[in-house]
Design a protein around this ligand. Structure first.
Ligand code: SUD
Ligand code: ADP
Length: 286
C-alpha cells in the first residue's frame, strides 16, 4: 500500500497593494507571499478502486466543493494508473482567515497526486491548472516565497527575512469577495518595482475595509498594535506581528485575550510541502 503524508502550510501576505480593478471585476495586486510552518496534514493512500474519498469531510463544505476533491478531479483525467485515492486530512488552519488553507490543501493535493498518479506535469503546468481553483493556488504549487503580481499568479521568487510571527485569529471569517466588492476599498496604490519589494515596509489595502466591516478585526488589530507594526494577511481575518525571537513572540502571546486563537510560528521561504515531497521522492529512488 503506497502512502504519502504531506504538510499543507499556511501563507502570509507580508504586504498587499491593490493597484487597479480589471474589467472582469478581479483586482490587480502586488503582494509578498511567505509560507509559515503552521500546517494542515494530508495523507494520500493509493487504492485499487478508482474512487476519490476524503476522511473526514470538512464541516460546512460539501464533498464536491472541497478544494481537495476539486484538485483531485482536475488531475483524475490525466492519471497514468487505474488507482484511486483515499485522502485523510488533519485540519488545523482556520478557514476564512486569509492564510490560504483551502488553496494550500488544493496545491498539496495537486503535488501529491501528480507524483502518485504519475501525471508528470511540470510545476509551471500544475500551477496553471491550479489557478482555476483559486488565485492563491499557484503560490502554493510554486513552493517558494515570491513577489506576486497580476491577480496574484505572476510570481517572482524572492527570500524575505524569516522572523517568528505571532498569528492571531479574531472570532470571525472574512469572505474574500466581500472585501473586494466594498465601495471604500482603495484600489490605486502606485505600482512598485520588484527590486523594491524587500526594501519597503508595505501595507495591506484591505485592512481598513476589514476593520470597518468586522469589529472583531478592529479590536484585535488595536490590541496587537500595542506591541508593534501589526498587519492583516490577505483579506483577513488573521493579523500577524513579526518578532526576532521566539521568546518575545511567546511573551506577547501569553498576554492575548483568551477569546482569540493564537499561534507562534516561523516564516519559511520554501514550502514545507515541497521539502517533504522532495525527501519522499528521493527515498523512493534509494
Ligand atoms: C487576495 C488574496 C491574497 O492572498 O486573499 P486571501 O483569500 O488570501 O484572503 C487571494 O489572492 C485571494 O485568493 P482566493 O481566495 O483564492 O480568491 P478567489 O477564490 O480566486 O477569488 C475570490 C473572489 O475575490 C475577488 N478577487 C480575488 C483575487 C483578486 N486578485 N481580485 C479579486 O477581485 C473576486 O471577487 C473573487 O470572486
Ligand atoms: N479544503 C478546504 N479547506 C478550507 N476551506 C475550503 C476547503 N475546500 C473548500 N473550502 C472553502 O474555501 C473557503 C476559503 O477558505 P480558506 O482558503 O481557508 O480561506 P482564506 O482564502 O481566507 O485563507 C472556506 O470558507 C471554505 O468554504
Amino acid at each position: 500500500m503506497t502512502t504519502l503524508t504531506l504538510p499543507s502550510p499556511a501563507k502570509l501576505n507580508l504586504f498587499l497593494h491593490i493597484t487597479s480593478r480589471r474589467n472582469d471585476g478581479y483586482h490587480e495586486l502586488q503582494t509578498l507571499f511567505q509560507f509559515i510552518d503552521l500546517c494542515d496534514e494530508l495523507r494520500f493512500t493509493l487504492t485499487d478502486n478508482p474512487d476519490i474519498s476524503l476522511i473526514p469531510e470538512i464541516n460546512g463544505v460539501d464533498h464536491e466543493d472541497n478544494l481537495i476533491v476539486k484538485a483531485a478531479r482536475l488531475l483524475e483525467t490525466h492519471k497514468k494508473t487505474q488507482q484511486g485515492i483515499v485522502i485523510s486530512i488533519s485540519k488545523i488552519l482556520p478557514m476564512g482567515g486569509g492564510i490560504g488553507g483551502g488553496s494550500s490543501n488544493a496545491a498539496t493535493t495537486l503535488l501529491a497526486l501528480n507524483t502518485l498518479w504519475k501525471c508528470d506535469f511540470s510545476l509551471e503546468a500544475l500551477a496553471q491548472l491550479g489557478k482555476q481553483l483559486g488565485a492563491d493556488v499557484p503560490i502554493f504549487v510554486f513552493g517558494h516565497s515570491a513577489f506576486a503580481e497580476g491577480i496574484g499568479e505572476k510570481l517572482t521568487q524572492t527570500s524575505p527575512k524569516t522572523p517568528y510571527y505571532l498569528l492571531l485569529k479574531p472570532n470571525c471569517e472574512v469572505p474574500t469577495g466581500q472585501i473586494f466588492t466594498d465601495k471604500y476599498l482603495t484600489r490605486d496604490t502606485p505600482a512598485i518595482r520588484i527590486s523594491h519589494a524587500l526594501k519597503l515596509e508595505g501595507h495591506n489595502d484591505c485592512l481598513e475595509v476589514a476593520r470597518r466591516l468586522y469589529s472583531e478585526v478592529d479590536e484585535a488589530f488595536l490590541w496587537l498594535t500595542q506591541f508593534g507594526d501589526a498587519k492583516l494577511t490577505g483579506t483577513g481575518a488573521c493579523l500577524f506581528l513579526a518578532f526576532e525571537s521566539i521568546d518575545e513572540a511567546k511573551r506577547v502571546e501569553a498576554c492575548a485575550p483568551e477569546k482569540w486563537q493564537t499561534w507562534v510560528c516561523r516564516g519559511c521561504n520554501t514550502s514545507p510541502a515541497h521539502d517533504v515531497l522532495n525527501q519522499w521522492i528521493a527515498s523512493q529512488h534509494t
